[in-house]
Design a protein around this ligand. Structure first.
Ligand SMILES: *[C@@H]1O[C@H](CO)[C@@H](O)[C@H](O)[C@H]1NC(C)=O
Ligand SMILES: *[C@@H]1O[C@H](CO)[C@@H](O)[C@H](O)[C@H]1NC(C)=O
Ligand SMILES: *[C@@H]1O[C@H](CO)[C@@H](O)[C@H](O)[C@H]1NC(C)=O
Length: 274
């Protein structure tokens, strides 16, 4: 353990954190991992990044195992992967998700006011549908919907950390029971899932059509995505790990009539941030 600590401190080049990270998706992961393992800057890590970091081979090991071996939070352990991880680690330390949701707010603002922010409707195998205008990272909107986070009381989720942790624990306990591979999920699985689902979204949305059918594998992908976030929080099945994604959904969006997603940054649902 001590050896691991010493060996890793010098490996991380923290300058990679400055770039515009994706929202919930792991768009930067590949790039960051390369940078992380080649930098040689020996200085204090920024907030939200533990001094201990992961080894390259940890990417394919179960997240659960890696987090259990550490005293630190899994989010800060992987904090150098991008803002999605680092900002969540900060939120968990401060017990408020304000910094996390504020990180993505201007990105939503940018993405949703572009000319290409047209309506696109995803149809799910169970007959439900979701209309998004986020062509940049549709995964985030679908993630919020599939995991049921749009039905939560938005103000409580964003401003009451105790409530948010309770929601996360119940959600993660349920995933632990219903997702057979839960305990084996690695960061690499999260990465592969994100890429595959992203490819499905892009493929559907690039056609001139305004709607497309999502397959069961994408639904499963969203559940795996959420599970990996649960696992980063440690503490076994009832993990408070997925709080940041849940909070981002509640802060940024609400569900309108006919499965249309409405956006707080556009003033379509109230800004509930206290
Ligand atoms: C998603 O797909 C688009 C188009 O293929 C690509 O430009 C983008 O980099 C992909 N993002 C991820 C996370 O793979
Ligand atoms: C915050 O949530 C907790 C847990 O659900 C609840 O007991 C408490 O009353 C809530 N606090 C406020 C100010 O709403
Ligand atoms: C999408 O699903 C609907 C309803 O199940 C079906 O009618 C339609 O043909 C499907 N479209 C494609 C492109 O598969």
């Amino acid at each position: 353990m001590a050896l691991r600590l010493v060996a890793l401190q010098v490996l991380v080049c923290y300058s990679v954190l400055a770039d515009e990270a994706p929202i919930i998706a792991l768009l930067q992961l590949q790039l960051d991992v390369q940078e992380v393992t080649h930098g040689a800057h020996e200085h204090e890590p920024p907030a939200g990044v533990c001094k201990t970091t992961f080894l390259e081979q940890d990417m394919t090991r179960p997240i659960e195992e890696i987090v259990a071996e550490q005293d630190d939070d899994g989010w800060c352990l992987f904090g150098s992967l991008g803002e999605w991880a680092r900002q969540c680690a900060i939120s968990r330390q401060r017990k408020t998700v304000r910094n996390f949701v504020d990180t993505w707010w201007p990105i939503y603002q940018d993405v949703l006011t572009r000319p290409e922010a047209t309506r696109f409707t995803f149809r799910f195998p169970d007959g439900r549908s979701l209309t998004t205008r986020d062509h940049h990272s549709p995964l985030d909107d679908v993630d919020c919907f599939v995991n049921g986070w749009l039905a939560l009381p938005r103000g409580q989720v964003v401003n009451n950390f105790t409530f948010l942790e309770e929601v996360s624990k119940a959600f993660c306990a349920d995933l632990e029971r219903s997702l057979p591979e839960y305990h084996r999920i690695s960061i690499n699985d999260l990465h592969l899932e994100t890429q595959a689902d992203n490819a499905s979204f892009q493929e559907l949305m690039k056609s001139s059509s305004t709607s497309g059918n999502l397959t069961a594998s994408v639904i499963h992908g969203m559940r795996l995505h959420a599970a990996s976030k649960c696992l980063l929080g440690g503490q076994g099945p009832g993990s408070p790990g997925v709080i940041c994604d849940i909070a981002n959904c509640a802060a940024s969006t609400c569900l309108g009539p006919d499965g249309e997603l409405l956006y707080a940054v556009l003033g379509e649902c109230p800004d509930v941030r206290a």
